[in-house]
Design a protein around this ligand. Structure first.
Ligand SMILES: Cc1ncc(COP(=O)(O)O)c(C=O)c1O
Length: 394
């Protein structure tokens, strides 16, 4: 593999070819092999000694690393424009291990308040027990300067936010982090590396729920953290200690999914725009949250910092929760299910999924109302999707 040549290639070429072993020559498999082994041999004790002293980077045990995992890591690092990546058992393993690679008891973290509910609950229910204080800011980062003190160590942002698709100005956020010498982390799950690359703007680490668009077929739970070699070394150690390593079978499916990421995201963006435009005109819909619509408060920012408006949207129904429930019970092509980024279009009520177990105050801060319906666009024909919405709304 010619890595120099790959560095200047487009994202779809990188998604297909980065990280793959040399596939030229007779009898070479085109598809990445799954190395199922949990453990790896050494030829002699001298090699083992060198591994223990950090003088060689041999594989020893799959929790520490594995050839199939390495292919997935190189692909995602190339797509995000980062030096390295660590694949993990889930998005939450990537998020918790990356944050714990930075924070210790007594430290403080500033995070956007609009977050995937699991990340929010980790910060609310677990971090205080470890002596880590978390401060939340709105997506426009209003009031952030007042929250910094000598104990503040990191800034964590998610954009577009889950589920109401607000945007954080990613340049403004990283400038703030640099000014105060904070480690900047970003969850890039919703946008994917196809639509925005925070590392190029100076973020130290980017995390993904690879369960979603990266893998793309709703058949694995997976995560990844990307960044410099130095940060990924720390994250890998957290994964080794806490045990959130990826299974090689999942890595195979992740690699296979990544190869079509670009075409899937492009199609999902087109479908999302068509569905958002349809919903915005529907008399039973109160409000549509999609950054591609001119009515969205962050439309101008989306045009500035994203290469497309994304595959996720949400909408509020007139009549609130009972009407939203009836809608979700009536869709036939859209499936009622959690998660996102797969080939099937999905609908979900955030108050019964990502945002369960939250007070009214927390839901308000997260921008979630009981009648909010979140939509993950799949790859079906948009005319069929719109027909299904029409019948479910009537
Ligand atoms: C934006 C975002 N980040 C992180 C996660 C957590 O990822 P996982 O479910 O793979 O642990 C999710 C899951 O829904 C998510 O939507």
């Amino acid at each position: 593999m010619n890595t120099k040549k790959l560095a200047s290639q487009g994202p779809q070429t990188k998604a297909i070819h980065s990280g793959e072993p040399n596939r030229y020559g007779v009898n070479g498999p085109i598809v990445t092999e799954i190395v199922r082994s949990s453990t790896f041999t050494f030829s002699n004790t001298e090699e083992m000694k060198e591994w223990a002293e950090g003088k060689n980077k041999a594989y020893i045990y799959t929790r520490y690393g594995n050839p199939t995992l390495s292919v997935a890591e190189k692909k995602i690092a190339a797509l995000e424009g980062a030096e390295a990546a660590v694949v993990t058992a889930s998005g939450m393993a990537a998020i918790s291990s990356s944050l714990l690679a930075v924070l210790k008891g007594g430290d403080e973290l500033i995070s956007t308040a609009q977050l995937y509910g699991g990340t929010y609950r980790l910060m609310r229910d677990v971090f205080p027990n470890l002596g880590i204080t978390v401060h939340h800011v709105p997506p426009d980062l209003c009031g952030i300067e007042r929250l910094v003190n000598a104990r503040t160590k990191a800034l964590y942002v998610e954009t577009p936010t889950n589920p109401t698709l607000r945007l954080v100005d990613i340049e403004k956020a990283v400038e703030f982090a640099k000014k105060h010498k904070l480690v900047a982390l970003m969850d890039n799950t919703f946008a994917t590396p196809v639509l925005q690359n925070p590392i190029a703007l100076g973020y130290d680490m980017v995390v993904h729920s690879a369960t979603k668009a990266l893998a793309g077929h709703s058949d694995i739970i997976a995560g990844v953290s990307v960044g410099s070699e130095a940060w990924m070394d720390k994250v890998r150690h957290m994964i080794i200690y806490l045990g959130g390593s990826m299974d090689p079978g999942a890595a195979y499916l992740l690699i296979r999914g990544i190869k079509t990421l670009g075409v899937r995201v492009q199609r999902q963006c087109e479908n999302a725009m068509a569905v958002a435009t349809f919903l915005e005109k529907h008399p039973k819909v109160e409000r549509v949250h999609y950054p591609g619509l001119k009515s969205h408060p962050d439309h101008a920012l989306a045009k500035k910092q994203m290469r497309g408006f994304g595959s996720m949207l949400a909408f509020d129904m007139k009549g609130g929760l009972p009407v939203a429930r009836r809608f979700c019970d009536r869709v036939q092509l859209f499936l009622l299910a959690a998660s996102l980024g797969g080939v099937e279009s999905l609908v979900i009520l955030p108050i019964y999924s990502s945002h369960y177990n939250m007070s009214d105050e927390e839901l308000k801060r997260a921008g979630v109302s009981p009648g909010t319906v979140r939509v993950s666009m799949g790859l079906e024909d948009k005319e069929d999707l719109i027909e299904d919405l029409k019948q479910a709304l009537e």
